[in-house]
Design a protein around this ligand. Structure first.
Ligand SMILES: Cc1ncc(COP(=O)(O)O)c(C=O)c1O
Length: 365
């Protein structure tokens, strides 16, 4: 008798596994890690206190409705509490949306350099992922619309976008929404919203409020520095919440994460310090990097993207920075082999990056 082994359903093994930012360099005890857009200043001391306080409750299940956190987010962002869904990071909110809305043969549409999390869970639903060209590495509304058809269920945009740091204006988002059939969801991922100081960018919360097909997601992983706890949320139309709640695991937002997230929202001093660290360093880093002869464009978010001559030079620069104890992100798997993304870090980390890049610049032909 021939032996068979359990086989994953069609398509699963064709999905390229997500590769996170590196965190180790062999032989370097404490590398400078600027590869995952984490918060340079860590998280709030108040969030740590709340996390500590949660430890005596670890034997309890978390609040499946995340009531205190729901109330805190609702008050902080002025959002109707019943329209919020919490997830194990905003990644889980994308996965839940995909599970609820995608059947085999459906499709999602997103930018060619868009965040990978939307794609992986869509492929797991046996849906097609359609990647719209991004001229100048910026999401083009027209290019997205060209790919939308009767099988499109969700259009995803990260705004600001990772890793390009480009963004779409509220007028563009409104234009897109107006041209999408109301049966198609428009999901706007605002993971980096709090780091923005750009008059032509605006949160989509207001637009989503009056909409039956728009979703806005946020995360506690970036400005609040709680990436390790995994907590994010989506602001959705009520029918979307009702559908998600049918399949959401009852305790998907863990207990210490809920505690710490409430405290993080209350620490306006830490939020502002984190924001200022990025806003102060963005122009300084871009100017200094350009001064070394590298191409770096205006971008928003807690990172900068350097464009090298080609993929080979970007790979060499990446290796060189590792020899200097610095880990950054080569974003070849985002369709940008010629680019390295550097998370803006602490003052001394940013200085170290600039010194290392200056040394690399000296080796250039
Ligand atoms: C555009 C974008 N969206 C979402 C996330 C992930 O957020 P979370 O940690 O809440 O899953 C990231 C993280 O890097 C991101 O870059």
């Amino acid at each position: 008798m021939t032996k068979t082994v359990p086989a994953p359903k069609a398509g699963i093994l064709d999905i390229a596994p997500y590769i996170g930012g590196k965190s180790k360099i062999e032989g370097v005890a404490e590398p400078i890690k600027l590869s995952s857009n984490e918060n340079a200043l860590g998280c709030s001391a108040k969030a740590i206190e709340a996390y500590e306080a949660a430890k005596v409750k670890l034997f309890r299940y978390p609040d499946g409705h995340a009531a205190p956190l729901r109330a805190a987010v609702s008050a902080y962002h002025d959002l109707e509490p019943e329209r919020l869904v919490f997830g194990n990071g905003s990644d889980e909110v994308f996965a839940l949306l995909n599970q609820v809305y995608l059947e085999a043969g459906d499709n999602i549409v997103t930018g060619e350099h868009g965040f990978l999390a939307y794609r992986i869970s869509a492929l797991a639903c046996q849906a097609e992922v359609r990647l719209a060209e991004e001229p100048d590495q910026r999401v083009s509304i027209e290019k997205l619309l060209e790919l939308v058809d009767a099988k499109t269920k969700i259009v995803y945009i990260s705004n600001p976008a990772n890793p390009t740091g480009t963004w779409n204006t509220p007028e563009e988002i409104a234009y897109l929404r107006a041209r999408l059939d109301p049966s198609i969801l428009l999901a706007i991922d605002e993971a980096y919203a709090e780091f923005v100081d750009e008059p032509t960018w605006e949160t989509a919360f207001g637009m989503a409020r009056g909409s039956d097909n728009m979703i806005v997601t946020r995360t506690f992983s970036k400005i609040h520095g709680l990436a390790g706890l995994r907590i994010g949320f989506g602001y959705c139309p009520l029918p979307v919440i009702e559908a998600i709640d049918r399949i959401r695991l009852p305790f998907n937002a863990n207990l210490p994460a809920q505690f710490a997230a409430v405290a993080a929202l209350q620490d306006s001093v830490h939020i502002e310090a984190s924001r200022q660290q990025i806003l102060n360093w963005h122009p300084r880093l871009r100017q200094a990097i350009a001064g070394l002869g590298f191409e770096v464009r205006k971008s928003i978010g807690n990172f900068v993207l350097i464009y090298f001559k080609d993929g080979e030079e970007a790979a060499r620069a990446n290796e060189f920075l590792m020899t200097q104890g610095i880990i950054i992100r080569h974003v070849a798997n985002y369709g940008l082999p010629q680019c390295l993304r550097i998370t803006i870090g602490k003052d001394e980390e940013n200085q170290a990056v600039l010194e290392a890049l200056a040394k690399f610049a000296a080796t250039r032909a």
